[in-house]
Design a binder for this molecule. Structure first.
Ligand code: SAH
Length: 410
């Protein structure tokens, strides 16, 4: 392992150089009464997807097409190799050597690991992956005492322009393909296995808005369930509140978890924090959530990033409680003390304020948990993923006690 950069002072963390993607959206704390443009869910200038289909873009039928000249059982062998052994075609020694070589050519990997960082406790790993065309994404693997979870990206950048989120601050680059999403899960599953753990949960909560890339995200969800054998109850889609996507999700057979990033329970404040609220205001969003809960018979969760002095007052707790308990099954609330990002000066609610807010919610009968702040020292915590906005050289982005290493580290 070659350490490229480390140190508490973020030595070498100077900015500058490198192409900066288009910036859209709000970059400061909420200014009441100031109107900003509503972000388009599909950005005006569409950028292309990856040019070549990759290893995990193929469903079984597509793979069978590639193996049409081979005996039938090869499809099972290769599928098992990719999804059970988590291996590259080149490593599938059960296949004849020429076939291995051909598959390695025809089924290229989608992700090139540009860097890997591990937090001080060793329980959180963040990868910076480079994609076809140069876009960069981040993926975070988290080992907890009782489970292992991966947080995957669904877009390079994000068009939703939430000002407190580092990805939103950087703007949209492109959608990820199904293969690029699935490969993040496979890589994480492989690493978990190497660490003596089993990947049990996938949260679609990394860079991007999953429901703005529905066509590619949903097949990835199905692949995680069908091919990788993860239970639907251990798959969670997190949305900023794209109502058409929530409605579509309600029609799917797989009962995945839905998390809605609420952050404010009145339209005035939510318009400021989450600009898409101007297109799908709370009454419409909550209507779609209620229908989702009715359709699935399961509760959903609301995410609430606690921002000091902004959405952490008693009145906010009351409004949130009213909204959570208005659903056919009361929503669970996930509190996340706001993590720092470069473009948003307001800080997260301090720990005693977080406890107080949770106490108010509990007194109002709301089931609320505080999300453990994982990976903040390597910028891997919620809202801190911003690979696309950063410089080419991973050493430049070393922060805190992060240890950046050349990839692949294993
Ligand atoms: N676009 C999706 C998923 C990605 S964001 C969504 O909005 O849900 C994942 C979660 O992190 C969301 O709940 C988001 O609101 C939250 N988040 C974003 N920036 C944050 C920050 N700086 N601190 C804490 N949570 C943040």
């Amino acid at each position: 392992m070659v350490v490229l950069g480390m140190g508490r002072d973020g030595a070498g963390a100077s900015s500058g150089g490198g192409a900066r993607p288009r910036r859209i959206g709000i970059h400061g704390p909420p200014e009441r009464g100031h109107r900003r443009t509503v972000p388009a869910t599909e950005p005006r200038r569409r950028r292309s997807l990856a040019r070549v289909p990759t290893r995990y873009d193929m469903d079984r039928d597509a793979l069978a097409g590639i193996l049409a000249d081979e005996p039938r059982y090869r499809v099972d062998q290769v599928w098992d190799g990719l999804y059970r052994q988590l291996a590259s075609p080149a490593d599938l020694t059960t296949l004849p050597r020429p076939l291995r070589a051909r598959l390695d050519r025809e089924l290229p990997a989608a992700l090139e690991a540009a860097a890997e960082s591990i937090d001080a406790s060793g329980a959180t790993v963040k990868w910076l992956f480079r994609l076809d065309g140069g876009a960069r994404i981040e993926t975070v693997l988290m080992h907890y005492r009782d489970r292992t979870t991966v947080c995957v990206s669904t877009q390079a950048g994000c068009a939703m322009a939430c000002g407190f989120c580092a990805t939103g601050q950087a703007g949209f680059q492109r959608h990820l393909t199904t293969g690029e999403i699935v490969e993040q899960i496979v890589r994480a599953a492989g690493r978990a296995r190497d660490d003596g753990r089993r990947l049990g949960n996938v949260v679609f909560m990394g860079m991007g808005e999953p429901l703005a890339n529905y066509e590619r995200v949903w097949p990835a969800v199905e692949r995680a369930h069908g091919a990788l054998g993860l239970s639907a109850r251990h798959l969670t889609l997190s949305t900023v509140g794209l109502v058409p996507g929530i409605r579509r999700l309600a029609t799917e057979d797989l009962p995945v978890n839905l998390a809605v990033s609420l952050h404010a329970a009145n339209d005035g404040l939510r318009d400021e924090l989450v600009p898409i609220n101007r297109r799908y205001p709370l009454s419409v969003l909550v209507g779609a959530c209620a229908d989702y809960v009715r359709a699935k018979g399961r509760r959903l969760s609301f995410e609430w990033a606690l921002i000091d002095g902004t959405n952490d007052r008693r009145s906010d707790a009351r409004q949130l409680a009213d909204l959570a308990s208005s659903l056919p099954l009361p929503a669970h609330v996930n509190l996340i003390p706001l993590n720092p990002t470069p473009g948003y000066p307001t800080r997260g609610t301090p720990p005693d304020g977080v406890r107080r807010f949770r106490g108010w919610l509990r007194d109002l009968g709301v089931n609320a948990t505080v999300r453990r702040n994982r990976g903040a020292d390597i910028d891997a915590a919620c809202g801190q993923l911003a690979a696309s906005a950063r410089a080419d050289n991973p050493a430049r982005v070393a922060v805190g006690r992060a240890e950046w290493v050349t990839a692949p580290a294993r």
